[in-house]
Design a protein around this ligand. Structure first.
Ligand SMILES: [Zn+2]
Length: 291
């Protein structure tokens, strides 16, 4: 992200444990009162030094930035966790958030792998989560960053499916099932889903398939209308832009070979997820997940 502070170093100004401070307030030898007063002064001076140290530390922008980042991550995460627990119970809440977090960290590390700035994931209760970062100049890289979420989701699903098969434990099968489902749904070729961004690097008119798929899913699974409205509102600007003939300028430099590579990666990830979903869903007997 632009404007990221990186230059402020706290070392020069930290006054904690400076040996000179104590020497300056060493009590004079004499009666007890003076000694006590001296000890008090030392204590006070140490307190002030420590307090000052804390203030200086708090005033370091870098520290505040890290704090804000962690807080922003944790409060949206905790809010989501709390609401999911209220609505779905502990087990399912943890399964959903684990699947979401792994997916988002896939995007996060893909941004970083291309040397781009990225913010830690933000969670939105009942809608999911998102990870913001600097868009790459290469549209093929953009597609892989979008695909990285479903791909790490597939890795999680495969790992949990393996553990579930080995232990014969329906809980791990449920994690595999949830992760596979969430990530496959996210591959719908429609903005704002990850699939929409991947397909933008292949051929944007394919978004119409995603919209049709989303409408069918919304009717078949009785997806709440508010969810449909929010997704629609997020997707409409890109669809209107495409309708008006607006083309992502990065698409001009995209070779046919690059488009084929993205397509193969997309289809491969989708097939992998579909396979895990079909296998893991049998393992849970539909007992944990609502679909
Ligand atoms: Zn994603």
């Amino acid at each position: 992200m632009p404007g990221t502070p990186r230059t402020m170093e706290p070392r020069d100004e930290q006054p904690v444990d400076r040996p000179g401070d104590e020497k300056n307030v060493t009590p004079a030898r004499g009666n007890n009162a003076a000694r006590n007063a001296g000890a008090g002064a030392v204590g006070l001076a140490l307190l002030v030094a420590k307090f000052k140290g804390l203030i200086v530390l708090l005033l370091q922008f870098k520290f505040l930035f890290v704090f804000a980042k962690v807080f922003a991550l944790s409060w949206t995460f905790l809010l989501s966790l709390w609401l999911y627990v209220l609505f779905f119970g502990w087990r399912f809440a943890i399964v959903i958030l684990l699947a979401l977090a792994v997916h988002e960290l896939g995007h996060y590390f893909a941004f970083r792998a291309y040397g781009l700035e990225a913010r830690l994931p933000q969670f939105i209760p009942f809608l999911g989560a998102y990870t913001m970062g600097t868009p790459p100049d290469d549209l093929e890289h953009d597609a892989y960053i979008a695909l990285a979420g479903p791909l790490t989701g597939l890795a999680l699903a495969a790992l949990c499916f393996g553990i579930g098969s080995f232990l014969k434990d329906p809980f791990w099968m449920a994690v595999a099932d949830v992760s596979a489902f969430l990530n496959l749904f996210n591959l719908l070729p429609m903005v704002p889903f990850d699939g929409g961004r991947v397909i933008a690097a292949v051929w944007p008119p394919l978004w119409i398939l995603g919209i049709a798929g989303f409408v069918i899913a919304a009717i078949a699974w009785h997806i709440p209308i508010i969810f449909v409205i929010v997704i629609g509102a997020l997707g409409i600007p890109a669809i209107v832009a495409m309708w008006r003939g607006h083309v992502d300028p990065r698409a001009a430099t995209l070779t046919v070979a690059a488009r084929v590579r993205v397509s193969i990666s997309y289809v491969g990830t989708a097939l992998g997820l579909l396979f895990i979903l079909s296998q893991a869903h049998v393992g849970t007997s539909g007992a944990v997940t609502p679909w």
